[in-house]
Design a protein. Structure first.
Length: 270
């Protein structure tokens, strides 16, 4: 699933191409699996076609397109969704096509068909329960400490919980915990003050590394130009089961935490 760095990369790709343009036509591909949430197709088309794109932003793993009508087009890519510019090769099942006033198109494809589109006047119903953005000033040590306080769940499960921290998924959780030297199965509420400091720094470090690498393309992720990211070249534990740790040489191990495959070094992480 695209995580914060992947969605932020797509946002940055799309922003200079979309802002100031106007949607002229919207086509939703017929399918028994609906792509629209909380709105019928006719109302969605009417609300988007003719609207000018004012800004693009991101909240956690959601992409937000602000329209001059005051409405907001919200996209969640889920596992295999992609937003592709016209010069990108078409991949996956075409679910929606947005034609712009310069004749170009923005295409939403999704092989697994879990991705969703919303058209809303207010973001509150979608985002009221989402935690702070980890790359903003609002995500200080106090915010992370509050998320972990008295938690009896594994620390990995805590930082994956979108209600506590927005945008972190499996890749960056494993990488952040390795960077911080913390075993993923440790109870969130059992971390020392020093460990919380290390984890706070590690979360920001690996997410920024992911953005700078334009995301991780282990399998399905492509940016808006249809290109792969390179973060998969720099991971230290994720999907490296049995390979030597870059720090100590011990074989990376894998377990399941909260139903998620988890990778760690049994020596470097305690």
């Amino acid at each position: 699933m695209p995580e914060l760095p992947e969605v932020e990369t797509i946002r940055r790709d799309l922003e200079p191409r979309l802002v100031g343009r106007r949607f002229t036509r919207v086509e939703i591909a017929p399918d028994r699996v609906p792509v629209l949430q909380g709105i019928d197709e006719a109302t969605f088309r009417e609300g988007v076609a003719g609207a000018r794109i004012e800004a693009l932003s991101r909240r956690g793993k959601f992409l937000i397109i602000d329209l001059d009508t005051g409405a907001k087009l919200v996209v969640h890519l889920r596992m295999t969704g992609k937003l592709l510019l016209p010069d990108a090769p078409l991949t996956g099942h075409l679910r929606a096509t947005f034609t712009l006033d310069d004749g170009s198109t923005l295409r939403f494809t999704d092989l697994r068909k879990f991705g969703r589109l919303w058209l809303v006047d207010s973001l509150s119903p979608l985002f009221d329960n989402i935690g702070p953005e980890p790359l903003t000033e609002g995500f200080g040590l106090e915010a992370l400490s509050a998320a972990l306080l008295n938690r009896k769940a594994a620390v990995k499960s805590v930082i994956l919980d979108q209600r506590r921290i927005a945008g972190i998924g499996n890749i960056y959780a494993d990488e952040a915990l390795f960077e911080a030297g913390i075993m993923p199965a440790r109870l969130g509420g059992g971390l020392s003050a020093e460990e919380v400091v290390r984890l706070h720094s590690a979360i920001r470090t690996v997410l920024l590394r992911g953005v700078e690498s334009r995301g991780a393309s282990f399998r399905d992720y492509l940016d808006a130009e249809g290109q792969s990211g390179s973060m998969q070249m720099y991971v230290k534990v994720f999907r490296r089961t049995g390979k030597p740790c870059y720090v100590c040489g011990t074989a990376i191990e894998r377990c399941r935490i909260g139903g998620r495959s988890t990778h760690y070094c049994p020596v470097c992480q305690r």
